[in-house]
Write a protein of this length. Structure first.
Length: 104
């Protein structure tokens, strides 16, 4: 379904602690842009009755059912894109902008 890398999980847990949202789930959502690319959203939230709930690398994740088709098979990572600049990235084979990661 959806998974986090250890680096992403570590950063999510650190952000929850710093933001006072420990114990809350990380909610994931996605929307499809007119060009077919996928726009990803996330934030700490409470679980609702209809949510799909899963755990990855010790992080509780929730996804509303309508977002599952776009987020299925996605991996969220936390990487250094440029020296000193770290970002969450979404690796999703369903996204037309997806390029499998390569080792440099």
């Amino acid at each position: 379904m959806f998974k986090l890398t250890p680096a992403a999980a570590e950063q999510v847990l650190k952000a929850a602690k710093q933001g006072g949202t420990e114990g809350m789930c990380l909610r994931l959502a996605a929307g499809q842009n007119p060009d077919g690319s996928i726009d990803y959203r996330m934030g700490f939230d409470d679980l609702t009755e209809d949510d799909i709930r899963l755990t990855s690398e010790g992080v509780e994740l929730v996804i509303a059912p309508e977002f599952v088709p776009l987020l299925d098979q996605t991996t969220m990572d936390y990487v250094e894109l440029e020296p000193g600049q770290f970002h969450f990235i979404f690796l999703n084979p369903k996204d037309p902008n997806y390029h499998p990661p390569t080792e440099n």
